[in-house]
Design a protein around this ligand. Structure first.
Ligand code: R5P
Length: 268
């Protein structure tokens, strides 16, 4: 592997082999998502706990201070919106690799929609992106997307989508967690896997359980957005999840980190 690629990957995946990415790219098809109306303000207090942040070029240029010292994962696919839900799988490439280099991105990310009408188009888009990224030593992260079909997220589907992403040349695969058979997803995918959270759930312990179990089964970390920044105590969530990923905390220990940070925030 070339030096540039290795260098960028080492900024994303930490020395312990783990990673905590915080995405704030949701507006690229959802518009002003709840608690992400002002993405720069949402992410600012969370930056100390993130190993990298994922976002589009528009939010990067307009909402993030260029002196930021966090690696940027630039989302380069899109072109669809929630206003046409049935066509969410029809994404194309919306940002060039040249622009990613101009913005000093550490990696780029693109969605693939396995099993949807847009499967062929998005897989070819991703393969072309990998070809270009490899020329410049930029890791391409595949996002195994399901659009509005959240029920698709079982081990069989996630293993299929993740393996295909790896076969096409992804350096990192972002997929979802599933309670049953997640180890099959990891075992069948020869590149590092991070998990997304999906829509916010009610209990923080549920999130800690997912993250902990995913790590036990071989994921290297998370690319977790709404279950951190839509929570009433986002910093407490980020710190607790960081403890699971980088300090091997159990869900119970993570809950303690959460409660302590929440108390400090409330009393401060
Ligand atoms: C979709 O909006 C993006 O790819 C997100 O970055 C991804 O789904 C992870 O965010 P969340 O944990 O909110 O699902």
């Amino acid at each position: 592997m070339d030096w540039g690629m290795r260098n960028r990957l080492s900024k994303l995946i930490q020395r312990d082999g783990r990673a905590l990415f915080i995405p704030i790219d949701h507006g690229y098809f959802q518009g002003p998502t709840r608690k992400l109306e002002k993405p720069g303000e949402t992410i600012k207090p969370l930056l100390p706990y993130a190993d990298a942040i994922m976002l589009t070029r528009g939010i990067l240029r307009n909402c993030i201070d260029p002196t930021v010292d966090k690696p940027i994962i630039l989302r380069v696919s899109g072109g669809t919106s929630m206003a046409r839900r049935a066509e969410l799988d029809q994404e194309g490439q919306i940002t060039s690799v040249r622009e990613a280099i101009r913005l000093n991105a550490c990696a780029v990310s693109m969605s693939i929609f396995v099993g949807a009408p847009g499967e062929h188009q998005t897989l070819l888009n991703f393969a072309r992106l990998v070809d270009e990224c490899e020329d410049y030593g930029i890791p391409a992260m595949a996002v195994t997307a399901v659009g509005a079909e959240l029920e698709k997220r079982d081990a069989r589907y996630l293993a299929l989508a993740s393996r295909i992403a790896a076969e096409l040349g992804a350096r990192v695969v972002k997929t979802y967690y599933c309670e049953e058979g997640f180890e099959k997803v990891v075992d069948g995918c020869p590149v590092p896997i991070v998990i997304a959270g999906g829509p916010k759930v009610d209990s923080e312990l549920e999130v800690f359980n997912w993250v902990y179990d995913a790590i036990q089964k071989g994921a290297i970390g998370v690319n977790l957005g709404r279950n951190i920044w839509q929570h009433d105590y986002p910093v407490a969530m980020a710190k607790a999840i960081r403890a699971i990923i980088h300090e091997n905390a159990t869900p119970k220990e993570a809950q303690q980190v959460f409660e302590e940070t929440k108390r400090a925030t409330t009393s401060g």
